[in-house]
Design a protein around this ligand. Structure first.
Ligand SMILES: C[S@@+](CC[C@H](N)C(=O)[O-])C[C@H]1O[C@@H](n2cnc3c(N)ncnc32)[C@H](O)[C@@H]1O
Ligand SMILES: [Zn+2]
Ligand SMILES: [Zn+2]
Length: 297
């Protein structure tokens, strides 16, 4: 489908990526001798499961991230939102909070599917939270595109925000944030999951969408979002919290002998038109994640 807001964001990132020279870039100096002006090399290193300290430290890398992943992640989350929106009446308002929103691909997935299902978008509220203010250059473009909608970004702790403001959240989205957290601090992620569990128990959220990388490792060094999803599910079941849990995979594990995750999604293609300007950046055009949708009963 055509989505002007997404086209504009991709065009913005393509322009910025070309303009930023990265002369004396601290990232390249410190971590990457192989960037060679192709920051997908930098991204690839950051995203490796064995990386535990290198972050998205330069703006050029952020634009490259959007060029490579935004279409895929927006398509993956759009399909998750499809499940939830279909489950709810269109007369109800819908608040969607994203934890670790980064460049907010899920914002695009959300509005795309709301429009597709003729869900009144003036009743949709999106709030993106990230502790890293570096994404602001990108999120400001989204803010401008969605200026007639109820869209905002907060560079603060979401759990604190929810507590202070005593808000009720219809959908909480964790889109590639658990894998990010697990890379840098596994103990902190565990506390983080406890907070999410508490939000469900106390009925402060109705649905949780977790969409993340399909890596099935369970060893201490490499375990990632998959282990977190399992832990959260187990805790909910063990404590008899009334929920339904739906699990979907967009592709099968790449190695043999691994247990399948949930049911295979019917569609795994990119849902959006690909602007000419970004062909050269070889965007991922297939959904490839695992997703879990928890509904509090
Ligand atoms: C891989 S990126 C974001 C993915 C994103 N949703 C997208 O659209 O592509 C993960 C983000 O999670 C953020 N993050 C990690 N831990 C966090 C925390 N405790 N609270 C909020 N954000 C966090 C990071 O700063 C990073 O920007
Ligand atoms: Zn740089
Ligand atoms: Zn680079």
């Amino acid at each position: 489908m055509e989505m002007k807001e997404l086209d504009d964001l991709l065009q913005f990132c393509a322009d910025k990526y070309r303009q930023i020279e990265c002369e004396n870039c601290t990232h390249t100096e410190k971590y990457s001798s192989t960037c060679n002006k192709e920051c997908y090399n930098c991204l690839y290193k950051i995203h490796r499961v064995c990386n535990h300290d290198v972050h998205y430290s330069c703006e050029r890398i952020l634009h490259r991230y959007v060029l490579k992943f935004q279409l895929r992640y927006a398509s993956e989350t759009a399909r998750c939102f499809w499940h939830v929106l279909n489950d709810r009446g269109t007369n109800e308002a819908l608040s969607v909070y994203s934890l670790g929103c980064g460049p907010a691909s899920e914002l695009y997935g959300l509005f795309a599917i709301a429009r597709y299902l003729s869900f009144p978008t003036d009743r949709v509220e999106y709030k993106g939270f990230d502790i890293d203010g570096k994404w602001k250059v990108i999120n400001d473009v989204s803010l401008k595109s969605f200026k007639t909608q109820n869209v905002s970004f907060e560079y603060t702790d979401m759990f604190e925000y929810i507590n202070v403001n005593q808000v009720h959240v219809n959908i909480l989205v964790l889109n590639y944030v658990l894998s990010d957290c697990m890379r840098y601090d596994k103990e902190k992620t565990s506390l983080f999951l406890d907070c999410i569990y508490e939000l469900l128990v106390s009925h402060q959220v109705d649905y949780i969408i977790i969409n993340d990388i399909a890596l099935y490792y369970l060893d201490e060094q490499r375990k990632s979002a998959y282990a977190c999803m399992n832990d959260l599910e187990k805790k909910l079941v063990d404590n008899h919290i009334s929920v339904t849990i739906e699990k979907v995979r967009y592709s099968d594990p790449k190695v043999a002998g691994v247990e399948m995750f949930g049911k295979k999604a019917k569609f795994n293609t990119n849902m959006f038109t690909v602007p000419q300007a970004i062909y050269g950046y070889q965007p991922f055009l297939l959904c490839d994640s695992i997703a879990m949708i928890i509904k509090r009963l």
